[in-house]
Design a protein around this ligand. Structure first.
Ligand SMILES: Nc1ncnc2c1ncn2[C@@H]1O[C@H](COP(=O)(O)OP(=O)(O)O)[C@@H](O)[C@H]1O
Ligand SMILES: [Mg+2]
Length: 241
């Protein structure tokens, strides 16, 4: 479970630029096993919030707690350890072309010092889960965009994180691949018991698979929607999302 409490992120101004209040006193909870959609226009603070959740970005103030561990209170080795519990995928797949699909998925385990046999077993298990087992030896440039994102998803999950953050991970894909990847993220969340945050600038992309949605504007949550007993996603004013 993810708990964000009074999170604020200010980017300091540089010469000729004013400071930017990118996330403004934002509080949010995502239950274990849930998929939360985080949507909002460009510049509304979605990516900043996503990066703060992994502590790639240090919040200016506020706390982030994942599975009971306050990440914002950690430093050094403890923080690196806690970060392994969070997987992240982006619009850009950032795969290494010198490595095969399997080699890319193995990389985080190699960095973590996992032995070769175990590494290969776990990476193959993830490639199977994302439907790419038969492409294990293929290099990224010979894979389609959708297949490359599947490799990136496998890589993000190979350290067995409890949280997955997806920042516009389908924005470079066509409609069919977008739908397939979104459905896969829902299935993986259920199978692996993840807590997932899906960042998108379009509600339509995430609407069908989210348990709840938060709409961001200028660093604040301006609307929230949850699924009712009829499985309809509704805003707090009763309107269907
Ligand atoms: N590294 C940065 N330095 C300064 N300002 C930034 C930085 N990253 C983002 N911003 C600013 O913070 C605000 C929120 O940006 P971002 O989180 O990228 O929004 P979104 O992902 O919703 O498009 C924007 O005004 C953006 O220009
Ligand atoms: Mg963004």
């Amino acid at each position: 479970m993810i708990e964000v409490s009074h999170l604020t992120k200010v980017y300091p101004g540089r010469r000729n630029t004013e400071p930017v209040l990118a996330v403004d006193d934002l509080s949010l909870e995502v239950e274990r096993g849930h998929v939360m959609g985080l949507i909002g226009p460009s510049g509304s603070g979605k990516s900043t919030l996503g990066r703060c959740l992994t502590l790639l970005e240090r919040p200016t103030s506020g706390t982030i707690t994942v599975d009971g561990v306050e990440l914002t209170g950690l430093g050094g080795a403890q923080l690196r350890q806690a970060r392994r519990a969070i997987g992240m995928i982006f619009q850009a797949f950032n795969l290494m072309d010198a490595r095969s699909a399997l080699g890319n998925v193995e990389l985080p385990l190699q960095i973590a010092g996992v032995a070769a046999g175990e590494r290969r077993r776990r990476a193959m298990d993830l490639l199977e889960r994302v439907g790419l087992a038969e492409k294990a030896s293929v290099h990224p440039r010979h894979l389609s965009g959708g297949q490359q994102q599947r490799v990136a998803i496998a890589r993000a999950l190979v350290n067995r994180p409890s949280v997955l953050i997806s920042d516009e991970s389908t924005s470079a894909l066509d409609h069919a691949n977008t739908q397939a990847i979104i459905a896969l993220l829902r299935d993986l969340t259920d199978e692996l018991g993840l807590t997932t945050v899906l960042i998108s600038h379009q509600l339509e992309v995430v609407r069908d698979i989210c348990d709840e949605v938060a709409v961001l504007d200028t660093g604040r949550i301006v609307r929230t929607a949850v699924r009712d007993e009829q499985h309809v996603l509704r805003y707090t004013n009763g309107e269907a999302a």
